[in-house]
Design a protein around this ligand. Structure first.
Ligand code: ZN
Length: 280
């Protein structure tokens, strides 16, 4: 066998198991979850189909012999039948999938700094501007050949407050918790959950010092309340690379890391991506 052919074969043999065992997040078709929607078998559709949820493109990956849409479902998704618009070759069709109901637990938090609960008009205006800026960042789409869906917990620690809990600050109902809190001391190194490009860094009223990492194809992670940020927008980061130190900047009842995962513009449960399992 000629060396070139042997090298090509070796590459194919090495690459095949990676393609066949793409790590997918846990299938959890509920508000705040991720629905894995099979689209077409790889043997029938040679090229990856494209999929959209409303106007937002959706990540599509191969798992064994199946192209699968990995659909982020926002917490306010109505349970019931939903559909994706799917383009296979020149053909466009709609693909149905079901979203089931889920009840998330309640959490009551007491904050001593009342100025972070009852906002001044200036703070209110600032927070509103920042929420709009975050909304825009969440909708970013950067097409990449592949996206690592097996995310690393950004800091080792106890999972303090889970995704989706319905929160009350000093007895007043507030927006539900759209991230995962990891209990870590101030100054703990915080790592990028997977390789990507730093989409933005900011210092927000609620989230404090924040880093956004874009992993491609609509998967974005967000790291909040940092004490220090060690990266700049546009920088490439590798999985596990330190992006800053944890802290309690912004609205925070104590030092912790708030970690959010965004998929096709929806904030979803980060735990579904940690120790990601294959579909079958
Ligand atoms: Zn949090």
């Amino acid at each position: 066998m000629r060396p070139l052919v042997a090298n090509c074969l070796r590459f194919i043999l090495l690459a095949l198991p990676l393609l066949a065992h793409a790590s997918l997040p846990e299938n959890s078709s509920v508000p705040g979850g991720v629905a894995l929607v099979p689209l077409c078998s790889v043997s029938v559709c040679a090229a990856a189909p494209q999929a959209w949820s409303g106007k937002q493109p959706v990540l599509v990956t191969a798992d064994h012999d199946e192209w699968v849409a990995v659909v982020g479902l926002a917490l306010d998704t109505t349970p019931g039948p939903h559909e994706l618009r799917v383009k296979i070759g020149e053909e466009t069709k709609s693909q149905q999938f079901a979203v089931n109901a889920k009840e998330y637990p309640e959490q009551r938090i007491t904050l001593k700094d009342k100025s972070k609960v009852d906002l001044s008009p200036a703070d209110e205006a600032r927070a509103k501007r920042e929420i709009a800026a975050i909304m825009k960042l969440k909708l970013e789409w950067r097409a990449t050949p592949d996206t690592d869906l097996a995310l690393m917990l950004p800091a080792p620690g106890e999972l303090a407050s889970r995704f989706g809990v319905r929160r009350f600050f000093n007895g007043e109902p507030r927006a539900p918790h759209v991230g995962l809190d990891v209990a870590v001391k101030r100054g703990t190194p915080v790592s990028a959950s997977a390789q990507g490009i730093v989409l933005a860094v900011a210092d927000y009223f609620f989230n404090g010092k924040t880093v956004f990492v874009d992993h491609g194809n609509g998967l974005i992670t967000m790291y909040c309340h940092l004490d220090r940020i060690d990266v700049q927008a546009g920088a490439a980061v590798s999985k596990g690379q330190r992006i800053g130190l944890s802290g309690q900047t912004g609205r925070s009842s104590g030092p912790h890391l708030h970690w959010s995962v965004v998929l096709n513009g929806a904030m979803v449960d980060p735990e579904l991506f940690v120790a990601a399992k294959p579909l079958h």
